[in-house]
Design a protein around this ligand. Structure first.
Ligand SMILES: Cc1cc2nc3c(=O)[nH]c(=O)nc-3n(C[C@H](O)[C@H](O)[C@H](O)COP(=O)(O)OP(=O)(O)OC[C@H]3O[C@@H](n4cnc5c(N)ncnc54)[C@H](O)[C@@H]3O)c2cc1C
Length: 468
C-alpha cells in the first residue's frame, strides 16, 4: 500500500498533500462519535494520504491519478456529517475540498458556488443583493455547500421550503467522474437531485447551484412554556400561521434546555422552550400569539441592533441540540456509549398525526426519550422532524426503541449506520447504481457506503485491485 501511495504522491507534485499521522486521523473523521454504535465500528478508519486541492484543475489531477492507480478516494468538506459519511472505510486518499471555495455568482433567486464554499460565506454574498439561502444546517458556520448537498438535506428554513431534495431547491450541480481521464458533467433539474445525499459515491462535486429566498430582517426569540405539550402546540400553530414570516421553528422538552449552557440565564427551570426567528415587522403579531398561548418570551436578540449578542439560537436547533446534550453529559462524566451517556435518533412524523405521536412517545418512554422537534413543510403541510435524545442502554435497547417507534407510525432515518440506503433513503434507488456505473465504474468513490453497489459488485468480478 505504501508503495502505491508514494507513487501517487510523486505524481501529484505541486498539490498540497498531508501524510502526518495527526492530519490523517483528523481529516478521516466526522461526527460519527455521536453514535456509540458507529464509534465502536469506525474508530480505526484512516486515510493513507490527504490531498487538499486549490483549484478544479488540481481536483481533476488527483481524481485522475487515483482512478489510474485504483486507489479509493473519499471527498470531504468540513467533516461535520454525523454518520461516518466522510470516513474512508478502505483507506486511500481523502480529498479535502475546503480550498475550492469561490462563490461564483449570485443572481436574483439563485446562487452558484464551488463545493468547498462555506454556507455562512454564501449567505454573506447572497445578502449583499437581498437574498439568503432557503435552508441551512445548524453547522452553517463552517460546513460546505458540497458537504450539505452530498451529506445533509434539511435545516433552518425547512419550515418554509421543505427538504433540500424537494423540487425547486437544487438547481444544478457540476461533478467530476472518477476515471483516469475525469469528465466534468453538469446535472440539471431532477438529475441534479440524484447525486444529492449519496455521500459523494456518484461523483466528486465541484459546483452547486441552489435557489435562494428573499433575505428578511430576522429577530431571534426563545419562548418558555410550562409544559412540552403547550410548547409543541404553539410551534405547530406558529408553523401554520402563513402571515407571520419566520425561519426555523423548534420545540425542546425539559430537561434538554438545561444542557444549553450559553442560554442558562434565559431558560426557566422545569420549562420547555420554542426557538424561532421572526421578521421584525411581524414581531407584534408574534408576541400576541405567544401571550394567547400562555408562553413567555425570555430571550430576544436582533442581530442588527447595537449591542446585539453574537450568540445565535440557530446553533441550538437541529443536531446542535444533540451536540449540547452530549457535551453536557460528557461534562458529567458520561461520554457517548458509557453508562449514563446519551445518543439520539432522527424521526419523521406524518403530517396530521405529529402532535398525537409526540405525546404518545412521552407516554411510552418517559425520560428515556427526551424530545426535540423541528417543524418542516412536507408537501404543503406543517409537521415535524424529531431529534430526540435517547438514554444509552446498549444497542439492543436502542433497536427496540426504534422498533416501537416504527410500530407507532413514526418514520426513522437511522443515524447509526453509514450506509446510504439504511439511513434516510430507506430504499435502493436504481438511478444511484446507473449513475455510479457512469461516473465511478471502478467503484472507487467513498467505497462501502452504497449497499446497492456493493451487492452488485459481489456478483461481478471487481475491475480494480486496491494496491499492488
Ligand atoms: C452538530 C451537528 C448539527 C447538524 N445539523 C444538521 C442540519 O441541521 N441539517 C442537516 O442536513 N445536517 C446537519 N448535520 C450534518 C452535517 O453537518 C451537514 O449535513 C453539513 O452540511 C455537512 O457539510 P460538511 O461540509 O461538513 O460535509 P462533510 O461531513 O465533509 O461531508 C458530507 C458527505 O458529503 C461527501 N462530500 C463532501 N463534499 C463533497 C464533494 N465536493 N463531492 C462529493 N462528495 C462530497 C462526503 O464524502 C460525506 O459523505 C449536523 C451535524 C452536526 C454534527
Amino acid at each position: 500500500m505504501s508503495n502505491t501511495i508514494d507513487r501517487l504522491a510523486g505524481e501529484l507534485a505541486g498539490v498540497t498533500l498531508l501524510r502526518e499521522a495527526g492530519d490523517l486521523t483528523r481529516l478521516s473523521r466526522d461526527f460519527y462519535w455521536f453514535s456509540p454504535v458507529l464509534k465502536a465500528l469506525l474508530d480505526d478508519k484512516r486515510a493513507d494520504l490527504v490531498a487538499v486541492p486549490a483549484s478544479q484543475a488540481e481536483v481533476a489531477r488527483i481524481v485522475g491519478a487515483c482512478a489510474t492507480a485504483g486507489v479509493p478516494l473519499t471527498p470531504r468538506g468540513l467533516g461535520s456529517g454525523n454518520y461516518g459519511q466522510a470516513m474512508p472505510l478502505e483507506g486511500g486518499v481523502v480529498l479535502d475540498l475546503t480550498r475550492l471555495n469561490n462563490v461564483l455568482w449570485v443572481k436574483p433567486g439563485a446562487v452558484r458556488a464551488e463545493a468547498g464554499a462555506r454556507l455562512s460565506e454564501i449567505d454573506v454574498q447572497a445578502r449583499k443583493s437581498g437574498w439568503e439561502q432557503r435552508m441551512l444546517p445548524s453547522t452553517f458556520r463552517g460546513s460546505t455547500v458540497g458537504g450539505f448537498y452530498c451529506g445533509g438535506g434539511v435545516g433552518i428554513g425547512s419550515n418554509n421550503y421543505g427538504m433540500l431534495k424537494d423540487p425547486g431547491n437544487i438547481l444544478g450541480v457540476k461533478a467530476l467522474s472518477m476515471e483516469p481521464q475525469p469528465r466534468m458533467v453538469e446535472f440539471r433539474g431532477r438529475d441534479a437531485v440524484d447525486l444529492h445525499h449519496a455521500y459523494g459515491v456518484n461523483g466528486v462535486v465541484l459546483e452547486v447551484e441552489l435557489a435562494l429566498a428573499p433575505a428578511l430582517p430576522w429577530v431571534e426569540f426563545l419562548v418558555s412554556f410550562g409544559s412540552f405539550n403547550d410548547a409543541v402546540s404553539f410551534a405547530q400553530m406558529l408553523g401554520e400561521s402563513d402571515g407571520i414570516a419566520k425561519k426555523g421553528v423548534s420545540a425542546h422538552q425539559w430537561p434538554l434546555p438545561r444542557s444549553y449552557r450559553p442560554l442558562k440565564d434565559v431558560v426557566r427551570p422545569g420549562e420547555s422552550v420554542v426557538m424561532t426567528l421572526v421578521a421584525d415587522y411581524n414581531e407584534a403579531a408574534f408576541a400576541e400569539m405567544v401571550k394567547a398561548a400562555g408562553g413567555a418570551i425570555t430571550y430576544r436578540n436582533d442581530p442588527r441592533a447595537e449591542g446585539a449578542k453574537r450568540l445565535t439560537l440557530q446553533e441550538f436547533m437541529w443536531n446542535h441540540a444533540t451536540l449540547h446534550a452530549i457535551r453536557e453529559a460528557e461534562a458529567a462524566g458520561a461520554a457517548p456509549g458509557m453508562e449514563g451517556g446519551i445518543t439520539y435518533l432522527q424521526l419523521g412524523y406524518p403530517a396530521g398525526r405529529n402532535l398525537e405521536l409526540v405525546r404518545r412517545i412521552h407516554e411510552i418512554f418517559g425520560e428515556e426519550v427526551v424530545q426535540h422537534v423541528e417543524f418542516i413543510r412536507v408537501k404543503g403541510a406543517v409537521t415535524c422532524s424529531g431529534l430526540p435524545i435517547v438514554r444509552w442502554k446498549g444497542e439492543s435497547r436502542l433497536r427496540e426503541v426504534m422498533r416501537i417507534l416504527e410500530e407507532e407510525g413514526v418514520y426513522i432515518a437511522d443515524p447509526h449506520t453509514w450506509v446510504v440506503e439504511d439511513g434516510g433513503k430507506k430504499s435502493i434507488n436504481p438511478r444511484h447504481v446507473d449513475l455510479k456505473i457512469a461516473m465511478d465504474p471502478a467503484g472507487l468513490l467513498n467505497p462501502g457506503k452504497l449497499r446497492a453497489w456493493d451487492e452488485r459488485e459481489a456478483t461481478q468480478k471487481k475491475s480494480v485491485f486496491w494496491d499492488s
